[in-house]
Design a binder for this molecule. Structure first.
Ligand SMILES: NC(=O)c1ccc[n+]([C@@H]2O[C@H](COP(=O)([O-])OP(=O)(O)OC[C@H]3O[C@@H](n4cnc5c(N)ncnc54)[C@H](O)[C@@H]3O)[C@@H](O)[C@H]2O)c1
Length: 261
């Protein structure tokens, strides 16, 4: 039997990039997948393509930092698939600024989605899992930026350090309910997020053409190349499966050997 057969999984930020890669892999392993994203049209197109491949999938539109929208997404999941087994709090974004230019809006907007959104997703998923009474798994997308500060990414780094703290705090809170809470921390993943970062750096005159920033940022990866979502999908599937049942409160570095902690 496939490892994720009959598991019901929500992937936030599942409409593209890493979240889409995770959703596709979980789907291949027979999970029923809910693509939850602020971009409802893209979420629907990922869900439709999974359905065409014969998988079980639906799309829901939500802003992860809006509690009622998170509740509605979980309710829709339960109405459609009967339960919730795994929550991937994966949605996130970055808006880089030089350290001295970071302002309240920049800081708060990044913290709201990347950190508060993970808190809301964890609380609401746990509420459902506790009601079901059979445990569950919460998996958060952290980052190397949660382990190491980068001058132009200060709020993003703070938000990802928060993801790690929330993972540890959640693991302690929900162990009694047999809910594990873990994170994985990618380094450089080739997704649309980097297109935006490269454009920001061009606009600020830091680089001249697309590709330069990712190339310099990737130079310290021990394995010598940046990852693709598919390189991380197996780790996500492991964390969603019973194979990881004895792991909780951990952050798995998945960065090709960039930050050694
Ligand atoms: N790409 C990388 O190099 C990298 C490295 C480390 C960690 N990460 C993390 O991986 C996660 C996914 O990043 P990605 O590279 O796939 O980015 P991406 O921009 O390609 O995809 C992010 C998805 O999240 C969605 N989203 C954004 N804000 C949302 C909100 N408020 N509510 C619901 N959905 C929202 C977007 O619509 C998009 O579909 C993020 O948490 C990011 O911080 C990425």
């Amino acid at each position: 039997m496939a490892r994720l057969q009959d598991r019901v999984v929500i992937v936030t930020g599942g409409a593209q990039g890493l979240g889409e890669g995770i959703a596709r892999r979980l789907s291949e392993e027979a999970a029923s997948v809910v693509i939850a994203d602020i971009n409802g049209a893209k979420a629907k197109s990922v869900a439709d393509s999974l359905i065409q491949e014969g998988q079980q999938a639906i799309a829901v539109t939500l802003d992860v930092a809006e509690r009622q929208q998170m509740r509605d997404a979980i309710q829709t999941t339960v109405e459609r698939f009967g339960r919730l087994d795994v929550m991937f709090n994966n949605a996130g974004f970055n808006r880089p600024l030089p350290f001295m230019e970071v302002d309240e809006d920049n800081f708060n907007s990044i913290m709201r989605v990347n950190a508060y959104g993970v808190l809301v997703g964890t609380q609401e998923a746990a509420r459902q899992m506790i009601a079901q009474g059979s445990g569950g798994k919460i998996i958060n997308t952290a980052s190397i930026a949660g382990r190491q500060g980068y001058a132009d990414f200060a709020p993003y780094c703070a938000s990802k350090a928060s993801v790690i703290s929330l993972t540890q705090a959640g693991a302690r809170e929900f162990a009694k309910n047999r809910i594990t809470v873990n994170a994985f921390a990618p380094g450089v993943v080739l997704t649309p997020l980097w297109d935006g970062l490269e454009q920001d750096m061009i606009d600020r005159g830091v680089i001249k053409q697309k590709g330069e920033f990712i190339e310099s940022f990737s130079s310290s990866i021990l394995l010598g190349f940046p990852s693709k979502p598919v390189d991380l999908a197996g780790i996500a599937a492991f964390l969603a499966s019973a194979d990881s049942d004895y792991i909780t409160g951990q952050v798995i570095m998945a960065d090709g050997g960039m930050v050694l902690v």
